[in-house]
Design a protein around this ligand. Sequence first.
Ligand code: AMP
Length: 283
Amino acid sequence: MKVVKNVLEMQKIALKLKLSCKTIGLIPTMGALHEGHLSLLTRSTLENDVSIVSIFVNPAQFGPGEDYLKYPRPFKKDQNFCKKNNADYLFAPSVKDMYAESYLTYIKVEKLSEFYCGKFRPGHFRGVTTVVAKLFNISQPNNTYFGEKDFQQLAIIKKMVNDLNFPVNIISCPTIRETDGLAKSSRNVYLNHNERKDANKIHLILKKTANKIQTKQITFAAKAVKFMKISLLKIPKMSVQYAEICDPFTLCSMKKNIKLPARILFAGLLGKTRLIDNIEIRK
Ligand code: AMP
C-alpha cells in the first residue's frame, strides 16, 4: 500500500490508473477507522481494481466550537488498518494542500443541506460537499462508498453527483453497529463509561418506533415522533436535536399519515457528545 500525502501526486496516479483502464474505488473518511469504514473498504476491494482510502479531517465541515481540534487522529494505526485490509493507496493530504490560503470555491446543495443536521451545524454540509467534490477530482473514482450511518450526508452527495454530472457511482453501505446496537462512530470514544452504557438505547428506541409503525400500532407521524422523544428523553443526559420520520428519497419530514418506506432520523447530545442514527422502516 502506498501512502500519498500530496494532492497533485495523487491526481497524477489516479489519471494514470484511469488511462490504463483500471477501475478506482474511493472511500472518503476522516480517519480513526473502525469496522464501519472497513465495510466500505471491503466492498470497494471486491468491486474495483484499485481502492483509495482518503483520510482528511476537513476543517471546512466543522463549525466554531465543534471538535475539529480534538477529533482523533491515530494516523499510524489507521495506516496499518488500511494496509491490512487491502487498500492500495492511503491518501492523506495536509490542510494547506487542500485549501490554499487563496481558496474561495465552495459547493452547496440547497434545501437538503439546510434541515436536520444542517440546522444544528450551519455550513457543515457545504464543507462536506466541497471536500467530496475535490476528492472526486483528485482521485477520479468510478465508485465511491458512503455509509448509511450518515443518511442525510448520503442523500446530499447523491444529489450533488446527479446535479453536477460527476461520472461516479455512489454506493451506499449499511450501518455497522456495536454488539449492543450503538452505531460505530469515531466520536464514540468521547463517551464516558455511563454514557456509553446508555448510548445503545438510542438504537433500541428507533427500532421499537419502526416496529410500532410497521405493525400499524402507530400510523401518525406526530404520534411516532412524540413516542420517540418521550422515550429518548428518559436516557440520562440526553438532549434531542431532532427525531423525525421522513421520506427516504426526498428526506421530507412526514407530518400526518406515515407512508412506507420511510426513514427515522435522529440527532442528539449525550452529555457533550453529539450522536446521530437512523433506521429504515420497510413496507
Ligand atoms: P467519517 O470518517 O466519520 O467521516 O466516515 C467516513 C465514511 O464512513 C462515511 O461515508 C460514513 O457514513 C461511513 N461510516 C461511518 N461510520 C459508519 C458505520 N458505523 N457504518 C457504516 N458506515 C459508516
